[in-house]
Design a protein around this ligand. Structure first.
Ligand code: MG
Length: 203
């Protein structure tokens, strides 16, 4: 499986990192080894001094596809959760300045935490879901999927031009404003429509 991630998909977050608002989805990948097993802590990596959280809505692919049109995209995912796109921001900033790829800053082991998945039901409007992240009990990120610049279906249409989708692939749909640093012994909790789906400890 692979993890397809979208960058700069919320205008307020693009601004907070001094990035332009994209006209097409910004895509990067994390390898399978980035996936943090559920219930496991994240150990602060030795190669960074600025490990940051990015809380994101995550969907799971349930059907193989390539060149999937936006209107058919809803058939290709059937579960939703919240995840953390852990980022070594100091490394990423260095690489960005040089115009180099981000992978070591974004795709390192255990950099993709994912919570409990919920089935996407007929009465769920995935274009209007509230979500929030709490750091040590205090809200640090709060947004709604309606604020995405590119919605899930647009993302699938665009990304599937380049990458075939396989059953079990995950899409991290981008983070809203409020990203920040974590430290050892912090606790991150993610809520989707008020329901707690994600719980990650930093060690
Ligand atoms: Mg992200």
């Amino acid at each position: 499986m692979k993890i397809i991630c979208i960058g700069r998909n919320y205008a307020e977050h693009a601004k907070e990192l001094n990035n332009e608002i994209p006209t097409e989805p910004v895509i990067f990948l994390k390898p399978q080894t980035a996936l943090l097993a559920e219930g496991r802590p994240v150990y602060y990596p030795e190669f960074t001094d600025d490990l940051q959280y990015e809380c994101e809505v995550v969907v799971k692919i349930c059907k193989n596809g390539k060149y999937t049109q936006e209107k058919f995209a809803p058939k290709y995912y059937n579960e939703i959760s919240l995840g953390i796109d852990f980022t070594a921001r100091d490394l990423q900033n260095k690489l960005k300045q040089k115009g180099l790829p981000w992978e070591i800053a974004k795709g390192f082991d255990n950099s993709a935490a994912v919570g409990r998945f919920l089935p996407i039901t007929a009465d769920m409007d995935i274009g209007n879901l509230d979500f929030e992240l709490r750091l040590n009990g205090l809200q640090v990120q709060h947004s709604n999927t309606k604020n995405m610049i590119f919605n899930v279906n647009r993302i699938i249409e665009y990304a599937s031009r380049f990458f075939s989708f396989n059953i079990g692939d995950l899409i991290f749909t981008g983070t809203p404003a409020g990203v920040g640093a974590v430290n050892a012994y912090d606790k991150l909790e993610g809520y989707l429509e008020g329901e707690k789906l994600l719980d990650v400890d930093i060690r």
